[in-house]
Ligand binder design. Structure first.
Ligand code: ADP
Ligand code: MG
Length: 707
């Protein structure tokens, strides 16, 4: 009918002419309209809307670039789904994608961002009461569900890029499955690239699936004949070769790298190599003078102005080379790509036991990712993909699809979130793929032992406050306690310093010299206080990078820590948590740290040896510890990290008073007074000593952890 062909441009409320080249508003609208109508999604508009109207949950599958992200929300808007004052909410696994697609949709609708179309990512909210289509990260929607359990502001939720299976997406899907029972009027749409769709349908009671018919063209796959030792170098060689041996019209090049560092290295190296060639030919003396090429890096922390440049159409005499992270795999589509170069790796979130936060590790991609990447070359006509790994590697080293994040990360924060949403038994939560039981039980135990959960598995006041901080539970706990104890300013610094991997440099030829430099910062009782000391001295030296270099300190790391400190400070200010300084009373800081780490305590048992209080495991002080050189070692310590190599090392330790341990590990330890003076010893409580029969869930957790 009419609805199919007519895009309602009367929704335009803002007549600003977005084109700077002087073309009229009318032709601008015509252009947008033609572009929108050319997308594969458009031919299915009626069918899609019918399906959505007739079902509470719909699964929509389509090739990347078919228009799922940019068009679906607009179809819903045009079709009256937001007429009742409610919003269409669209989640994205990546911040950059949320921002970029929101801007694109605002442009297509000819409105300003933050008005009808908005987006919200952590620390940046560009939405307003006027907003009808809101893009956001999946993490933001989870935070919203905490504040409004029924998500009443929304008439429709689109979980976009669901195939990515981020932890947040998986948790959100479980929450929505329950919520849809209460809110029969809420529509849920799950969109996915062409992977895993059947699983989503099954999870939502055989919800209907719709596959957007797309055109794809054949892509010729070329594997590397030998294993590649340096994928940056190899990618540069391939790209330069393609550029020099094919005509410009044959198409643009997209290179997949893992992260900002290798994206930048690749970009620079291609520029150098090409300049060398053109200089020899006498055609250019700087890269900018080479007039048939433009290179665009793209990664998530790139400035937004630079990000949007990759979408600009170049004139026909120029070739585009885009060097991207896996952000260009499915979240962003760049038209005109004919050649893909795939390094075979991506950065994947893995659990970082250092601070209990997830970190990124460079990991081989899965076969599904490899096919997605190659597919980028066949969107507009046939293309070629160069894989910088051997066919054998792909068969032996690559999984069919990536393991969902929920099955490879720590779940303490997820459990905390579920508990704060009122989920009583997290073991029974509807996970689309169940996480390992042991991981769940570990998380329950950890939360209970630090006092975030009570004996019944219910959230305590402390647990509720912890959900307000974007930190691992133990660190949240010490930060919250520091407010009461009057040392939040120092704990904030320590928490930020703990989140960066390496502070001191130890160059090969200058080990002695650098060890000596490091020891000048040592605070005898504590590695945590040593970190604080480094920060405070850096601060009193005006955050100078020369000062860092002189003292064998990684200046870049300290800057990162300072950045994290500031972000946390903003969160604290928002929650009206006060910032107080302990002044010279550093004992109170050690006591405060002890309150969050009593489950990670050890007792002296020989020369630089400690035995783990809870597990009885024999461990050693790490040689880099400030305590290592001390003659008289403290009887009790807590540690931040257990490093498992051939020996078990305690990394980052602080001496603690056994009474502090007793007090904060009330549920774990028992203290025995051995004689009248001051010889105390601490032992584990009996398994059942403080429990009754109602506390089955927590007891299961404790048993499993102890066994
Ligand atoms: P899908 O979600 O199905 O992968 P999208 O809706 O993201 O598809 O993309 C549809 C079309 O919109 C693609 O041709 C893409 O190139 C274009 N597009 C998306 N974002 C932008 C942007 N910021 N600027 C220009 N074009 C864009
Ligand atoms: Mg998309």
């Amino acid at each position: 009918g009419l609805k199919d062909t007519e895009i309602k441009t009367d929704v335009v409320t803002n007549n600003r002419n977005l084109l700077k080249n002087g073309s009229s508003n009318v032709s601008y609208k015509e252009d947008i309209k033609a572009t929108r109508q050319s997308l594969p999604c458009f031919r299915s508009r009626t069918d899609l809307l019918t399906m959505i109207r007739e079902n509470q949950v719909s699964i929509i599958v389509g090739e990347t670039g078919s228009g799922k992200t940019t068009q679906l929300p607009q179809y819903l808007y045009e079709d009256g789904f937001t007429a009742n004052g409610k919003m269409v909410g669209v989640t994205q696994p990546r911040r950059v994608a949320a921002m970029s697609v929101a801007k694109r949709v605002a442009q297509e609708m000819n409105v300003k961002i933050k008005e009808e179309v908005g987006y919200s990512i952590r620390f940046e909210d560009y939405s307003s009461p006027k907003t009808r289509i809101k893009f956001m990260t999946d993490g933001i929607l989870l935070r919203e569900v905490l504040l409004d359990n029924d998500l009443d502001k929304y008439s429709c939720i689109i979980i976009d890029e669901a195939h990515e299976r981020t932890l947040n997406t998986d948790v959100m899907l479980g929450i929505l499955r329950v919520l849809l029972q209460r809110r029969k009027d809420l529509k849920l749409i799950i969109t996915s690239a062409t992977m895993n769709a059947a699983k989503f349908s099954k999870f939502f009671g055989n919800a209907p699936q719709f596959t957007i018919p797309g055109r794809t063209f054949p892509v010729e796959i070329n594997y590397s004949k030998y294993p590649v030792s340096d994928y940056v170098e190899e990618a540069v060689k391939k790209a330069v070769n393609i550029h020099l041996t094919t005509s410009i019209e044959s198409g643009d090049i997209l290179i997949f790298m893992t992260g900002q560092e290798d994206v930048e290295a690749t970009t620079e190296s291609i520029q150098e190599k090409l300049l060398e060639v053109y200089r020899k030919k006498g055609e250019a003396s700087t890269f900018d003078e080479i007039n048939n090429i433009e290179i665009f890096p793209i990664y998530s922390s790139l400035a937004p102005e630079l990000q949007s440049r990759i979408f600009h159409k170049l004139d026909k005499s120029k070739r585009k080379i885009v060097v991207a992270t896996n952000i260009a795999e499915t979240s962003l589509t760049i038209d005109g790509i004919r050649f893909v170069i795939d390094c075979g790796y991506s950065k994947l979130k893995v659990y970082n036991p250092r601070i209990g936060l997830d970190s990124l590790a460079i990991t081989p991609i899965s076969l599904a990712n490899a096919n997605q990447r190659s597919g980028r070359a066949g969107r507009t006509s046939s293309g070629v993909a160069y894989r910088l790994y051997t066919e054998e590697t792909s068969e032996t080293d690559m999984y069919g699809s990536t393991i969902p994040e929920i099955q490879r990360t720590n779940l303490s924060n997820t459990v905390l979130l579920l508990k704060s949403l009122g989920v009583e038994n997290v073991m029974k939560f509807p996970f689309i793929d169940t996480p390992p039981m042991q991981t769940l039980l570990n998380s329950l135990y950890e939360l209970w032992s630090i006092g975030a959960l009570d004996n019944f598995g219910n959230l305590t006041k402390l647990g509720i406050d912890m959900t307000k901080l974007p930190l691992q539970p133990s660190l949240s706990k010490i930060l919250l306690n520091s407010i009461k104890l009057g040392c939040s300013s120092e704990i904030l610094i320590i928490v930020a310093m703990l989140s960066i991997p390496q502070i001191f440099k130890r160059p090969k030829e200058r080990e002695k010299e650098s060890d000596k430099a490091r020891s000048r910062f040592f605070v005898a009782q504590s590695d945590h206080l040593t970190l604080l000391n480094v920060y405070l001295q850096w601060k009193s030296n005006h955050f100078s990078s020369q000062w860092c270099a002189k003292h064998f300190i990684q200046g870049k790391s300290l800057e990162k820590a300072e950045d994290i400190r500031k972000q946390l400070l903003r969160v604290m200010e928002k929650q009206k948590f006060s910032l107080t300084s302990a002044g010279s009373n550093w004992n109170i800081i050690r006591e405060c740290i002890c309150t969050g780490f009593s489950h990670q305590a050890a007792k002296l048992s020989g020369l630089k040896r400690y035995v783990h209080l809870r597990t009885g495991m024999h461990t050693q002080l790490h040689p880099t510890s400030a305590l290592f050189g001390m003659g008289d070692l403290p009887s009790y310590i807590i540690y931040n990290e257990l490093l498992m190599t051939s020996t078990e090392y305690l990394v980052c330790v602080t001496a603690v008073d056994p009474f502090w341990l007793m007090e904060s590990g009330l549920l774990l330890y028992d203290i025995k007074k051995k004689d009248e003076i001051n010889d105390y010893s601490i032992g584990l409580l009996g398994t059942n000593s403080k429990l009754n029969n109602n506390e089955v869930e927590m007891e299961d957790a404790r048993k499993v952890v102890r066994e």
